[in-house]
Design a protein around this ligand. Structure first.
Ligand code: COA
Length: 298
Protein backbone atom coordinates (compact mmCIF):
# COMPACT_ATOMS: atom_id res chain seq x y z
CA UNK A 1 0.00 0.00 0.00
CA UNK A 2 1.37 3.50 -0.83
CA UNK A 3 2.32 5.57 2.22
CA UNK A 4 0.42 8.63 0.97
CA UNK A 5 -3.05 8.35 -0.49
CA UNK A 6 -4.19 10.41 -3.45
CA UNK A 7 -7.33 12.55 -3.39
CA UNK A 8 -9.53 9.99 -5.12
CA UNK A 9 -8.55 7.31 -2.63
CA UNK A 10 -9.10 9.61 0.33
CA UNK A 11 -12.53 10.57 -0.98
CA UNK A 12 -13.37 6.90 -1.45
CA UNK A 13 -12.38 6.17 2.15
CA UNK A 14 -14.53 9.07 3.33
CA UNK A 15 -17.49 7.84 1.27
CA UNK A 16 -17.05 4.35 2.70
CA UNK A 17 -16.92 5.69 6.26
CA UNK A 18 -20.04 7.78 5.67
CA UNK A 19 -21.89 4.79 4.17
CA UNK A 20 -21.02 2.62 7.18
CA UNK A 21 -22.15 5.33 9.55
CA UNK A 22 -25.48 5.72 7.73
CA UNK A 23 -26.03 1.96 7.88
CA UNK A 24 -25.06 1.78 11.56
CA UNK A 25 -22.33 -0.81 10.95
CA UNK A 26 -18.61 -1.08 11.46
CA UNK A 27 -16.74 -2.64 8.53
CA UNK A 28 -13.51 -4.48 9.35
CA UNK A 29 -11.12 -6.88 7.66
CA UNK A 30 -11.76 -10.51 8.69
CA UNK A 31 -8.26 -11.88 8.92
CA UNK A 32 -8.39 -14.56 11.60
CA UNK A 33 -9.92 -18.02 11.82
CA UNK A 34 -12.94 -16.94 13.83
CA UNK A 35 -13.76 -14.17 11.32
CA UNK A 36 -13.47 -16.62 8.42
CA UNK A 37 -15.76 -19.08 10.20
CA UNK A 38 -18.35 -16.42 10.97
CA UNK A 39 -18.30 -15.20 7.34
CA UNK A 40 -18.67 -18.71 5.89
CA UNK A 41 -21.55 -19.44 8.28
CA UNK A 42 -23.25 -16.15 7.39
CA UNK A 43 -23.01 -16.91 3.64
CA UNK A 44 -24.57 -20.33 4.33
CA UNK A 45 -27.48 -18.66 6.12
CA UNK A 46 -28.01 -16.09 3.32
CA UNK A 47 -27.82 -18.66 0.49
CA UNK A 48 -29.72 -21.33 2.44
CA UNK A 49 -27.05 -24.00 2.08
CA UNK A 50 -26.40 -24.89 5.75
CA UNK A 51 -24.70 -26.99 6.90
CA UNK A 52 -22.80 -26.76 3.58
CA UNK A 53 -21.09 -23.40 3.02
CA UNK A 54 -21.07 -21.66 -0.41
CA UNK A 55 -17.41 -20.91 0.30
CA UNK A 56 -15.61 -22.83 3.01
CA UNK A 57 -14.20 -21.17 6.12
CA UNK A 58 -10.81 -22.60 5.14
CA UNK A 59 -10.94 -20.94 1.71
CA UNK A 60 -12.02 -17.61 3.27
CA UNK A 61 -9.14 -17.84 5.74
CA UNK A 62 -6.63 -18.72 3.02
CA UNK A 63 -7.80 -15.89 0.77
CA UNK A 64 -7.49 -13.39 3.63
CA UNK A 65 -4.09 -14.74 4.61
CA UNK A 66 -2.86 -14.37 1.04
CA UNK A 67 -3.78 -10.67 1.06
CA UNK A 68 -7.12 -10.75 -0.74
CA UNK A 69 -10.23 -8.82 0.32
CA UNK A 70 -12.24 -10.36 3.13
CA UNK A 71 -14.35 -8.01 5.20
CA UNK A 72 -17.34 -8.03 7.47
CA UNK A 73 -19.99 -5.57 8.62
CA UNK A 74 -20.75 -5.64 12.32
CA UNK A 75 -23.55 -4.38 14.51
CA UNK A 76 -21.94 -4.64 17.91
CA UNK A 77 -20.46 -8.13 18.04
CA UNK A 78 -22.87 -9.56 15.45
CA UNK A 79 -21.62 -10.09 11.91
CA UNK A 80 -24.46 -8.94 9.63
CA UNK A 81 -22.68 -8.81 6.27
CA UNK A 82 -19.52 -10.06 4.58
CA UNK A 83 -17.70 -9.83 1.29
CA UNK A 84 -14.88 -11.83 -0.29
CA UNK A 85 -12.91 -10.73 -3.35
CA UNK A 86 -9.63 -11.91 -4.83
CA UNK A 87 -7.02 -10.47 -7.13
CA UNK A 88 -7.09 -11.37 -10.80
CA UNK A 89 -5.62 -10.32 -14.13
CA UNK A 90 -7.51 -8.69 -16.96
CA UNK A 91 -5.27 -8.20 -19.98
CA UNK A 92 -2.33 -6.32 -18.53
CA UNK A 93 -4.04 -5.02 -15.38
CA UNK A 94 -4.57 -6.28 -11.90
CA UNK A 95 -8.21 -6.28 -10.91
CA UNK A 96 -10.29 -7.51 -8.00
CA UNK A 97 -12.91 -10.22 -8.62
CA UNK A 98 -15.66 -9.93 -6.04
CA UNK A 99 -16.77 -13.51 -5.54
CA UNK A 100 -19.44 -13.28 -2.87
CA UNK A 101 -21.12 -10.47 -0.90
CA UNK A 102 -24.13 -10.88 1.31
CA UNK A 103 -26.13 -9.36 4.12
CA UNK A 104 -28.12 -11.33 6.71
CA UNK A 105 -31.77 -11.55 5.61
CA UNK A 106 -32.97 -9.66 8.70
CA UNK A 107 -30.49 -6.85 8.10
CA UNK A 108 -30.99 -6.27 4.36
CA UNK A 109 -32.10 -3.00 2.83
CA UNK A 110 -30.52 -0.88 5.58
CA UNK A 111 -27.47 0.23 3.62
CA UNK A 112 -25.09 -2.51 4.82
CA UNK A 113 -24.45 -4.01 1.37
CA UNK A 114 -23.71 -0.54 0.03
CA UNK A 115 -21.34 0.14 2.94
CA UNK A 116 -19.49 -3.14 2.28
CA UNK A 117 -19.08 -2.38 -1.43
CA UNK A 118 -17.84 1.16 -0.71
CA UNK A 119 -15.34 -0.31 1.75
CA UNK A 120 -14.27 -2.75 -0.97
CA UNK A 121 -13.86 0.14 -3.44
CA UNK A 122 -11.70 2.18 -1.04
CA UNK A 123 -9.64 -0.93 -0.16
CA UNK A 124 -8.98 -1.60 -3.85
CA UNK A 125 -8.02 2.01 -4.62
CA UNK A 126 -5.61 2.03 -1.66
CA UNK A 127 -3.83 -0.88 -3.36
CA UNK A 128 -3.69 0.72 -6.79
CA UNK A 129 -6.57 -1.33 -8.19
CA UNK A 130 -9.01 0.69 -10.28
CA UNK A 131 -11.48 -2.00 -11.38
CA UNK A 132 -13.60 -4.58 -9.57
CA UNK A 133 -15.60 -7.19 -11.49
CA UNK A 134 -18.25 -9.71 -10.47
CA UNK A 135 -21.17 -11.63 -11.87
CA UNK A 136 -24.86 -11.35 -11.06
CA UNK A 137 -28.15 -12.81 -12.18
CA UNK A 138 -29.45 -10.14 -14.58
CA UNK A 139 -33.05 -11.21 -14.08
CA UNK A 140 -32.98 -10.09 -10.44
CA UNK A 141 -34.07 -6.51 -10.85
CA UNK A 142 -33.07 -5.28 -7.38
CA UNK A 143 -29.55 -6.64 -7.80
CA UNK A 144 -29.31 -4.85 -11.14
CA UNK A 145 -30.45 -1.63 -9.46
CA UNK A 146 -27.89 -2.14 -6.69
CA UNK A 147 -25.02 -2.81 -9.13
CA UNK A 148 -25.75 -0.33 -11.91
CA UNK A 149 -27.42 2.56 -10.09
CA UNK A 150 -26.37 2.42 -6.42
CA UNK A 151 -22.75 1.45 -7.18
CA UNK A 152 -22.29 2.88 -10.68
CA UNK A 153 -21.00 -0.33 -12.30
CA UNK A 154 -21.80 -1.45 -15.88
CA UNK A 155 -22.87 -4.87 -17.17
CA UNK A 156 -20.64 -5.80 -20.10
CA UNK A 157 -21.23 -9.43 -21.05
CA UNK A 158 -23.70 -12.29 -20.74
CA UNK A 159 -22.67 -15.86 -19.82
CA UNK A 160 -25.11 -18.76 -20.10
CA UNK A 161 -24.83 -21.16 -17.14
CA UNK A 162 -21.67 -19.47 -15.89
CA UNK A 163 -21.21 -21.75 -12.84
CA UNK A 164 -23.05 -24.81 -14.13
CA UNK A 165 -25.83 -26.22 -11.92
CA UNK A 166 -25.98 -24.74 -8.41
CA UNK A 167 -27.62 -26.31 -5.39
CA UNK A 168 -28.12 -23.41 -2.99
CA UNK A 169 -31.48 -22.04 -1.89
CA UNK A 170 -31.28 -18.98 -4.14
CA UNK A 171 -30.12 -20.69 -7.37
CA UNK A 172 -31.19 -24.36 -7.22
CA UNK A 173 -33.11 -25.58 -10.24
CA UNK A 174 -32.12 -22.76 -12.59
CA UNK A 175 -29.18 -22.53 -14.98
CA UNK A 176 -26.70 -20.02 -13.57
CA UNK A 177 -26.96 -17.43 -16.35
CA UNK A 178 -24.99 -14.35 -15.34
CA UNK A 179 -23.93 -10.92 -16.48
CA UNK A 180 -20.42 -9.75 -15.77
CA UNK A 181 -20.24 -6.28 -14.29
CA UNK A 182 -17.26 -4.01 -14.33
CA UNK A 183 -16.94 -1.37 -11.64
CA UNK A 184 -14.51 1.24 -12.94
CA UNK A 185 -13.66 2.85 -9.64
CA UNK A 186 -12.40 6.19 -10.97
CA UNK A 187 -15.28 7.08 -13.28
CA UNK A 188 -17.48 10.08 -12.57
CA UNK A 189 -20.38 7.64 -12.34
CA UNK A 190 -18.76 5.55 -9.60
CA UNK A 191 -17.60 8.63 -7.72
CA UNK A 192 -21.08 10.18 -7.82
CA UNK A 193 -22.68 6.89 -6.76
CA UNK A 194 -20.35 6.59 -3.78
CA UNK A 195 -22.10 9.54 -2.14
CA UNK A 196 -25.52 9.63 -3.85
CA UNK A 197 -28.20 10.68 -4.54
CA UNK A 198 -29.17 7.87 -6.93
CA UNK A 199 -31.79 9.27 -9.32
CA UNK A 200 -33.97 6.86 -11.27
CA UNK A 201 -32.42 6.84 -14.78
CA UNK A 202 -35.96 6.58 -16.14
CA UNK A 203 -36.81 9.96 -14.67
CA UNK A 204 -33.43 11.65 -14.94
CA UNK A 205 -32.62 10.90 -18.57
CA UNK A 206 -35.95 9.89 -20.03
CA UNK A 207 -36.16 6.85 -22.25
CA UNK A 208 -37.84 8.53 -25.14
CA UNK A 209 -36.78 9.36 -28.69
CA UNK A 210 -34.22 7.23 -30.39
CA UNK A 211 -34.55 4.20 -28.15
CA UNK A 212 -35.55 0.75 -29.37
CA UNK A 213 -37.49 -1.70 -27.23
CA UNK A 214 -36.18 -5.27 -27.61
CA UNK A 215 -37.96 -6.99 -24.76
CA UNK A 216 -41.07 -6.01 -22.84
CA UNK A 217 -43.79 -7.57 -20.71
CA UNK A 218 -47.40 -8.21 -21.73
CA UNK A 219 -50.29 -7.44 -19.41
CA UNK A 220 -49.96 -10.88 -17.80
CA UNK A 221 -46.26 -10.40 -17.10
CA UNK A 222 -45.01 -12.68 -19.87
CA UNK A 223 -41.94 -11.64 -21.86
CA UNK A 224 -42.57 -10.26 -25.34
CA UNK A 225 -39.75 -10.12 -27.87
CA UNK A 226 -40.46 -6.93 -29.74
CA UNK A 227 -37.94 -7.42 -32.46
CA UNK A 228 -34.77 -9.29 -33.14
CA UNK A 229 -31.64 -7.57 -31.99
CA UNK A 230 -30.77 -4.85 -34.46
CA UNK A 231 -27.04 -5.00 -35.04
CA UNK A 232 -26.97 -1.59 -36.67
CA UNK A 233 -28.98 0.15 -34.00
CA UNK A 234 -27.16 3.03 -32.38
CA UNK A 235 -29.29 2.62 -29.27
CA UNK A 236 -30.29 3.10 -26.62
CA UNK A 237 -31.88 -0.33 -26.44
CA UNK A 238 -34.46 -1.11 -23.76
CA UNK A 239 -35.07 -4.53 -22.22
CA UNK A 240 -37.55 -5.19 -19.44
CA UNK A 241 -37.12 -7.50 -16.46
CA UNK A 242 -39.96 -8.70 -14.24
CA UNK A 243 -40.39 -7.14 -10.80
CA UNK A 244 -39.55 -10.29 -8.85
CA UNK A 245 -38.12 -13.20 -10.82
CA UNK A 246 -37.38 -15.12 -7.61
CA UNK A 247 -41.09 -15.17 -6.71
CA UNK A 248 -41.95 -16.15 -10.31
CA UNK A 249 -39.51 -19.06 -10.13
CA UNK A 250 -41.57 -20.39 -7.22
CA UNK A 251 -45.07 -19.57 -8.39
CA UNK A 252 -44.86 -19.57 -12.21
CA UNK A 253 -41.71 -21.48 -13.25
CA UNK A 254 -42.67 -21.67 -16.93
CA UNK A 255 -43.04 -17.90 -17.11
CA UNK A 256 -39.78 -17.40 -15.21
CA UNK A 257 -38.03 -19.70 -17.67
CA UNK A 258 -39.52 -17.81 -20.62
CA UNK A 259 -37.86 -14.67 -19.25
CA UNK A 260 -34.57 -16.52 -18.94
CA UNK A 261 -34.84 -17.72 -22.52
CA UNK A 262 -35.62 -14.22 -23.76
CA UNK A 263 -32.33 -12.84 -22.48
CA UNK A 264 -29.59 -14.38 -24.68
CA UNK A 265 -31.09 -13.04 -27.93
CA UNK A 266 -31.72 -9.55 -26.53
CA UNK A 267 -29.53 -8.40 -23.64
CA UNK A 268 -26.93 -11.08 -24.39
CA UNK A 269 -26.74 -10.28 -28.12
CA UNK A 270 -26.49 -6.55 -27.53
CA UNK A 271 -23.71 -6.95 -24.95
CA UNK A 272 -21.83 -9.27 -27.32
CA UNK A 273 -22.06 -6.56 -29.98
CA UNK A 274 -20.44 -3.85 -27.86
CA UNK A 275 -23.38 -2.41 -25.99
CA UNK A 276 -23.15 -2.06 -22.21
CA UNK A 277 -25.97 -1.92 -19.68
CA UNK A 278 -25.11 1.09 -17.60
CA UNK A 279 -28.51 1.70 -16.05
CA UNK A 280 -31.80 0.15 -15.05
CA UNK A 281 -34.89 2.13 -14.21
CA UNK A 282 -36.85 1.61 -11.00
CA UNK A 283 -39.59 -0.05 -13.03
CA UNK A 284 -37.19 -2.53 -14.56
CA UNK A 285 -35.98 -1.29 -17.96
CA UNK A 286 -32.34 -2.04 -18.71
CA UNK A 287 -30.88 0.78 -20.77
CA UNK A 288 -28.16 -0.44 -23.13
CA UNK A 289 -25.91 1.98 -24.95
CA UNK A 290 -22.92 1.62 -27.24
CA UNK A 291 -19.77 1.25 -25.17
CA UNK A 292 -17.97 4.51 -24.72
CA UNK A 293 -14.90 5.63 -22.88
CA UNK A 294 -16.21 6.62 -19.48
CA UNK A 295 -14.90 9.92 -18.25
CA UNK A 296 -12.29 9.59 -15.57
CA UNK A 297 -12.91 11.67 -12.50
CA UNK A 298 -9.34 11.41 -11.31
C1 COA B 1 -27.54 -7.73 -2.54
C2 COA B 1 -27.24 -7.39 -1.06
C3 COA B 1 -25.76 -7.69 -0.78
C4 COA B 1 -27.50 -5.90 -0.85
O1 COA B 1 -27.26 -5.60 0.50
P1 COA B 1 -28.32 -4.72 1.34
O2 COA B 1 -27.69 -4.37 2.64
O3 COA B 1 -29.62 -5.39 1.35
O4 COA B 1 -28.37 -3.48 0.37
P2 COA B 1 -28.46 -1.91 0.72
O5 COA B 1 -29.45 -1.65 1.80
O6 COA B 1 -27.11 -1.38 0.92
O7 COA B 1 -28.98 -1.39 -0.67
C5 COA B 1 -30.20 -1.86 -1.03
C6 COA B 1 -30.37 -1.52 -2.45
O8 COA B 1 -30.03 -2.65 -3.22
C7 COA B 1 -31.20 -3.21 -3.79
N1 COA B 1 -31.25 -4.59 -3.32
C8 COA B 1 -30.53 -5.55 -3.87
N2 COA B 1 -30.80 -6.71 -3.30
C9 COA B 1 -31.70 -6.50 -2.36
C10 COA B 1 -32.38 -7.34 -1.42
N3 COA B 1 -32.17 -8.66 -1.38
N4 COA B 1 -33.24 -6.78 -0.58
C11 COA B 1 -33.44 -5.47 -0.62
N5 COA B 1 -32.84 -4.64 -1.48
C12 COA B 1 -31.99 -5.14 -2.35
C13 COA B 1 -32.37 -2.37 -3.37
O9 COA B 1 -33.07 -1.98 -4.51
C14 COA B 1 -31.79 -1.20 -2.63
O10 COA B 1 -31.83 -0.01 -3.34
P3 COA B 1 -32.76 1.17 -2.80
O11 COA B 1 -32.42 1.38 -1.36
O12 COA B 1 -32.43 2.35 -3.66
O13 COA B 1 -34.13 0.66 -3.02
C15 COA B 1 -28.14 -8.16 -0.08
O14 COA B 1 -29.47 -7.80 -0.28
C16 COA B 1 -28.01 -9.68 -0.17
O15 COA B 1 -27.20 -10.26 0.54
N6 COA B 1 -28.82 -10.34 -1.01
C17 COA B 1 -28.80 -11.80 -1.15
C18 COA B 1 -27.50 -12.29 -1.73
C19 COA B 1 -27.16 -11.61 -3.05
O16 COA B 1 -27.99 -11.54 -3.94
N7 COA B 1 -25.90 -11.11 -3.15
C20 COA B 1 -25.42 -10.34 -4.29
C21 COA B 1 -25.11 -11.12 -5.52
S1 COA B 1 -24.67 -9.99 -6.82
Amino acid sequence: MPSTLDDATLRAAQAAAAAAKRAGVTVTALTDVSGARLAARLFAAIWGTAPREPISAEAVRALAHAGNYVSGAWVGDELVGASVAFFGRDHESWILHSHISGVAPGAQRAGTGFALKQHQRAWALERGISEIIWTFDPLIRRNAWFNLVKLGAVAVSYHADFYGPMEDGINAGNPSDRCLVRWHLHTAKAVAASVGPWPDPGEADGLGPGSTVLLEADSDGNPVLVGPYLARSAGPLLCRVPADIEALRDTAPARADAWRQAFPGTVGAALADGFVAGAITRDGWYVLTRDHQEDAAG
